[in-house]
Design a protein around this ligand. Structure first.
Ligand SMILES: NC(=O)c1ccc[n+]([C@@H]2O[C@H](COP(=O)([O-])OP(=O)(O)OC[C@H]3O[C@@H](n4cnc5c(N)ncnc54)[C@H](O)[C@@H]3O)[C@@H](O)[C@H]2O)c1
Length: 246
């Protein structure tokens, strides 16, 4: 596969490494601000050879990038976040002109973990003797709490286990109610993103855990999505993609 990277920052560099590991060729690294890019802007020349473009740039740059790539009829994997208030507009603009897949979490491991937790919760729903809860740990630079991943996990559990009727993320200054699903957050030092789910009975605990070691998981997911979108036309979310491959 011949790939053009749009944005050659932290993710751009990791994408290059992961793409090469999977025998793909990077034909352009487009970034106006870094000296090791091959091109400063998207143009007919810079993306000429590319079969698919992977954008991990900047929210403010994304819209212009999309319009240019659309006019050049290039398929896109859009990792850049922060433009989703215009997602509907993007969908209408794209139609079936190109293949386009976007999402805020391309991590293969996290999406596998969603699937594992969904199946585990489905199994455990019949066993009322097991309570269920979650906790997430992150470094102290993280801006939001709970993490988006924790919210997705809590929603998956609540959907699968009807006896959990509501989700509580905050501290509770009372006994937690049996119908409440508690999902706590901790922020400290440099802890990598970690999510744990507990199924707990009088006799034992079953614990599921995902720990991110680095950003390679995002890059691998984006490269797999590029392999998937290359022959497609239409507007897809990362969930559409993972639903099909997992
Ligand atoms: N979807 C996911 O799974 C996922 C995972 C990680 C990061 N992200 C998102 O990807 C984006 C990039 O993340 P990062 O950590 O690599 O950031 P980064 O700041 O390290 O890199 C972004 C690069 O984009 C470049 N850039 C700015 N304007 C550009 C333009 N017009 N054209 C091309 N390049 C341009 C910058 O010079 C910079 O080198 C962010 O929006 C981030 O939230 C998404």
């Amino acid at each position: 596969m011949k790939i053009a990277l749009i944005g050659y920052g932290q993710m751009g560099h990791i994408l290059e490494m992961v793409a090469q590991k999977r025998q793909h060729t990077i034909v352009a690294k487009i970034d106006p601000y870094v000296p090791d890019a091959t091109h400063k802007e998207i143009s007919e020349i810079s993306v000429k050879e590319a079969q698919v473009c992977i954008d991990f740039s900047h929210p403010e740059a994304f819209w212009e990038n999309l319009k240019k790539l659309l006019s050049l009829e290039k398929n896109i994997v859009a990792g850049t976040t922060g433009w989703y208030d215009r997602a509907e507009e993007a969908k209408n603009l794209i139609g079936n002109k190109i293949g386009f897949v976007y999402g805020s979490n391309f991590s293969l491991g996290v999406n596998l973990f969603y699937r594992i937790v969904e199946k585990a919760a489905d199994t455990m729903k019949a066993f009322a003797g097991y309570d269920v809860a979650g906790v997430e740990y992150h470094h102290n630079k993280k801006a939001d709490s709970p993490s988006g991943t924790a919210k997705s996990l809590a929603q998956i559990i609540k959907t699968q286990i009807p006896r959990k009727e509501s989700i509580v993320y905050d501290a509770v200054n009372r006994k937690i109610l049996p119908q409440e699903l508690h999902f706590a957050s901790l922020r400290c030092g440099s802890i990598p993103g970690t999510h744990k789910i507990f199924f707990d009975s009088d006799a034992d605990t079953i614990e599921l855990s995902h720990t991110a070691r680095n950003r390679e998981g995002f890059a691998l997911g984006a490269i797999l999505a590029a392999e998937w979108i290359i022959e497609k036309k239409g507007f897809f979310t990362v969930q559409d993609f993972f639903k099909e491959i997992l």
